[in-house]
Design a protein around this ligand. Structure first.
Ligand code: HEM
Length: 187
């Protein structure tokens, strides 16, 4: 996984636990990586999961909950780092429909050795979107948090349910999203 994700996780944990507890948490992890994580670097997925597992113990939350809260946190940071990916859309659905292009084109331009997730979208009606996420990493709880972060960013409530899961043997994780109807502006 790219260093940028490790850096986001470090920021998330520092913000939630404070510098000192964060350092203790990292010291308690057995990591393959010895040097500090830097954005453009690539590091073993196992190291990310080792930090998450330790965070589960320290924060007293389930792994699903940690990944979900972390995912939500990521969107604010990504929007600050890559504003143009967000600003060119004024609605969460329009942004989400570009996720595959963001990951397979833009992320690959920024980080040639990235192994980003894949997304297939189905647009059955104006207020719905079906997202099929696939990745060997099978991080669907992270997906949930990222979707919640996108809803918050665009101030557009999203109801979602997961219809299929790779962790249960599915070919992808399938999320069905329902967007709140656009507000009627009275004159
Ligand atoms: C402009 C916004 C975004 C940027 C720049 C971005 C970029 C990235 C990058 C660089 C990675 C690491 C890939 C690697 O290490 O090979 C990643 C991973 C990931 N991204 Fe995004 N991302 C964005 C938004 C989103 C959103 C909104 C979602 C879902 C709703 C999403 C879902 C994921 C997931 C689940 C992963 C984990 C890796 C995996 O499952 O294989 N991303 N993203």
């Amino acid at each position: 996984m790219k260093g940028i994700i490790f850096n986001l996780l470090e920021d998330f944990l520092t913000e939630n636990l404070g510098e000192e507890k964060f350092e203790e948490l990292i010291d308690g992890c057995t990591l393959k990586t010895r040097e500090p994580f830097v954005g453009p670097g690539s590091y073993p997925d196992e190291d990310l999961l080792a930090i998450v597992d330790r965070a589960v113990e320290v924060m007293g939350m389930t792994k699903t909950a940690v990944l979900r809260v972390f995912g939500k946190f990521c969107i604010g940071r990504l929007a600050r780092k890559y504003p143009s990916f967000f600003n060119r859309h004024n609605h969460a659905k329009a942004f989400l429909k570009t996720l595959d292009a963001i990951h397979s084109l833009e992320v690959k331009k920024l980080y040639a050795d990235a192994k980003p997730p894949e997304f297939i979208m189905e647009d059955p009606s104006p207020d719905r979107l079906v997202m099929r996420y696939s990745s060997e990493r099978k991080l669907c709880p992270l997906m949930e948090g990222l979707i919640e972060g996108v809803a918050e960013h665009y101030r557009s409530p999203i109801r979602y349910r997961q219809r299929q899961c790779m962790l249960e043997g599915g070919p992808s994780c399938e999320f069905e999203l329902e967007f709140a109807p656009a507000e009627v502006v009275s004159s």
